[in-house]
Design a protein around this ligand. Structure first.
Ligand SMILES: [Zn+2]
Length: 296
C-alpha cells in the first residue's frame, strides 16, 4: 500500500482513538466488558512466584481492586521467578505484599492494591465476602483448603493453582454449581491426618536429603508463568461471565465456561495439557452437606 494511502487511513481512524486507550486491544475481544473488569475486586492469596504472575496479569488487565495476602518477606531465592521483586527488595528482606503493591503502582496506578500482611488464619473474613473472585497461589494444602472452604460458603468463585518442576494444574470452584467438586472433595482422610505437615502443590511430602520435611518446591518461572496465565484467565472468565450465568443459568459462549469442578493439568515434559473431571465426594464436609453456618 502506498504510504500516502496509509496516512489517509490513520487520519480516518484517528491515531488517538486506536492507541490512546490502554485497554483498546482487549476491548476488541467479543464479550469483553471493561466496566466489569474495572469494577471487580479479586483476592490473591500468596504473592510468591505464581502470585506475582497472577497479580501482574490482573493489574495490566485493569482490575479495579486487588487484595493481596502474604506475611512472608522476599529472599534471594525468589528472584528467579518473581517479575515484581528486585535484588534490593531481597537484600532488604522487604515484605512481598509491600513490594508487589509498589510495583503495581508503576504498572497501572488505576488499580487499587490492598496489601494484607497476615497469615490467612488471621485475616478479616469479610475480605472473602468483598471479593468477586478468590485466587489461591499457595504452597501448602491446609491454607488452600481453608480458602476453598470460605469461598464456597460465601458463594465466591475460587481458582486454585499448583506447580512443581515442569508440571502444574489449575482448578475452579463455584458453589452455585451444586454438582461440581470442590477442592476439599479430593482430600482423603489420610490427607487430613497429615495436614499439619507441609506438602508440595501436587500433594507430595517434600523431604531433604537428610529425610527432614521441608517446604521448598522445585520450580521455574516458565511453569509458573504458564499456570499463572491460565489462572488469571479463569478469574477474567468469572468476572466477565458470571452475571450472564446468574441470569440465564449457563455461561456466555463468547466468554466460555470456567473450569468448575474440573482440573486442567499441564505436563511440560510431554508438552501436553489435559482436563480431568474431578469427582464430587458425597461425604465432602465442605460441599456435600447443608451447613447451618452456610452464609449463602
Ligand atoms: Zn467438596
Amino acid at each position: 500500500m502506498p504510504s500516502k494511502e496509509k496516512n489517509v487511513d490513520y487520519e480516518v481512524y484517528g491515531v488517538d482513538s486506536i492507541d490512546s486507550d490502554k485497554f483498546d486491544r482487549q476491548k476488541r475481544i467479543s464479550g469483553w466488558d471493561q466496566y466489569k473488569i474495572s469494577n471487580a475486586t479479586v483476592m490473591v492469596i500468596g504473592v510468591g512466584a505464581t502470585g506475582n504472575e497472577v497479580v501482574k496479569n490482573l493489574v495490566l488487565t485493569g482490575i479495579g481492586k486487588i487484595i493481596i495476602i502474604d506475611y512472608d518477606f522476599i529472599n534471594m531465592s525468589n528472584l528467579n521467578r518473581c517479575v515484581l521483586f528486585s535484588r534490593q527488595s531481597a537484600q532488604n528482606k522487604e515484605y512481598k505484599v509491600d513490594v508487589v503493591k509498589d510495583a503495581c503502582e508503576v504498572l497501572n496506578p488505576d488499580t487499587e492494591i490492598i496489601a494484607v500482611k497476615k497469615d490467612l488464619n488471621d485475616i478479616d473474613k469479610d475480605l472473602y465476602k468483598k471479593s468477586d473472585v478468590i485466587c489461591s497461589c499457595l504452597d501448602n494444602v491446609e491454607a488452600r483448603l481453608q480458602a476453598n472452604n470460605y469461598a464456597y460458603f460465601y458463594g465466591v468463585p475460587f481458582v486454585d493453582s499448583g506447580i512443581e518442576e515442569f508440571f502444574g494444574s489449575i482448578q475452579s470452584v463455584y458453589s452455585k454449581e451444586k454438582d461440581a467438586a470442590c477442592l476439599q472433595c479430593s482430600i482423603s482422610n489420610s490427607d487430613l491426618d497429615l495436614m499439619w505437615k507441609k506438602f508440595s502443590c501436587t500433594g507430595q511430602e517434600i523431604q531433604s536429603e537428610k529425610g527432614e520435611t521441608v517446604a521448598k518446591i522445585a520450580t521455574i518461572i516458565t511453569t509458573t508463568s504458564i499456570i499463572g496465565g491460565l489462572q488469571s484467565q479463569q478469574v477474567l472468565k468469572f468476572i466477565l461471565g458470571i452475571d450472564y450465568y446468574k441470569e440465564h443459568g449457563e455461561w456466555n459462549s463468547s466468554i466460555g465456561k470456567p473450569l468448575i469442578g474440573k482440573q486442567l493439568n499441564y505436563n511440560g515434559l510431554l508438552n501436553k495439557f489435559r482436563v480431568v473431571e474431578k469427582l464430587k465426594n458425597p461425604e465432602c464436609w465442605t460441599c456435600s452437606y447443608e451447613r447451618k453456618d452456610n452464609i449463602n
